[in-house]
Ligand binder design. Structure first.
Ligand code: PNS
Length: 159
């Protein structure tokens, strides 16, 4: 069974990596799929995010990194994936995630959304929080992988 792990990953955090590591134990292959048609203006280009994710998941054999525009279910179908993998942190995630899961089910009934409860230690963590801390010169070493931390510090020129 192939799982797609879709998201913005701007940037990828240790919380995302935790979901990927655990997903890779459950599925034959996990494809981390970077959404490139986001209305948000991203900090990092899709190419840079691809490089970052490839580097920090290189220890997991059955992980691939890709990017897509359009619908996640179409990307999943293209890659013969039967599962969309998503992490659930806190209750406030639930409403949006359930709406997405139901919507995706109406678009392709064959594809299931599987949620993994995020490890407690990362339940507060988001890409937005990482960007906010880095922007104001705080340390993000405990929140992202080393390569991403370096890229962030370089972006904000504060280390
Ligand atoms: O990391 P994010 O930003 O929470 O990820 C959101 C994402 C990429 C999973 C979601 O926006 C998405 O699937 N976008 C693609 C468009 C789509 O398929 N929409 C229908 C389902 S709501």
């Amino acid at each position: 069974m192939i799982a797609i792990y879709p998201g913005s990953f701007d940037p990828i955090t240790l919380g995302h990596i935790d979901v990927i590591e655990r997903g890779a134990k459950l599925f034959d292959k996990v494809i981390v799929a970077i959404l490139s048609n986001s209305s948000k203006s991203p900090l990092f280009t899709v190419d840079k995010r691809t490089e970052q994710i490839t580097e920090c998941t290189k220890h997991i054999a059955n992980v691939e990194v890709g990017s897509f525009t359009g619908l996640t279910v179409e990307y999943a179908k293209l890659h013969n994936a039967g599962v969309l993998l998503r992490g659930l942190r806190v209750l406030s995630d639930f409403e949006k995630e359930l709406q997405m899961a139901h919507t995706n089910k109406t678009l392709n009934y064959e594809i299931e959304t599987v949620f993994l409860a995020t490890t407690t230690e990362y339940s507060f963590l988001s890409s937005s929080i990482v960007k906010e801390i880095a922007q104001f010169g705080g340390s993000i070493d405990h929140l992202v992988s080393e390569n991403v931390a370096q890229d962030m510090y370089h972006k904000y020129q504060n280390k």
